[in-house]
Design a protein around this ligand. Structure first.
Ligand SMILES: [Zn+2]
Length: 124
């Protein structure tokens, strides 16, 4: 099947993200829920219905709204060796941090350091 770009709208910052359809398919194939890591704020979005991304130029996927538990989910800072500290003082690598807290710590720290800038391309 031809690969194409799937758009999704981050529920946190409203950034319009683009990922490859093959990434969604790959996650489904290995039995995972496909997720979209926002390239702007780092939040890991879950799609309400990923099967709607079935053709090129389909509407952006709608993501599941976040339940507001943020302060404890956000990274407290970066540590040497590519590790990140969570709000509880635990040291995690990037992937484990995303799995446990639903946030990409590297993207999120950069986003907060930059003063939570508005996304360049907002969802329609
Ligand atoms: Zn975002």
């Amino acid at each position: 099947m031809a690969d194409f770009v799937v758009k999704f709208c981050c529920k946190n910052c409203k950034h319009l993200n683009r990922i490859q359809r093959s990434q969604v398919d790959e996650a489904i194939k290995i039995g995972n829920k496909p997720v979209g890591v926002c390239g702007h704020c780092g939040m890991v979005n879950q799609f309400i219905d990923p099967s709607l991304a079935n053709k090129e130029d389909s509407k952006p996927l709608i993501c599941v709204p976040f339940v507001d538990t943020w302060p404890t989910r956000l990274p407290a800072g970066s540590l040497p060796g590519g590790m990140f500290a969570d709000a509880f003082g635990k040291s995690l690598n990037e992937v484990d941090f995303m799995m446990q807290h639903g946030v990409n710590p590297r993207i999120n720290l950069a986003y907060r350091k930059a003063g939570l800038p508005e996304p360049k391309e907002k969802c329609p």
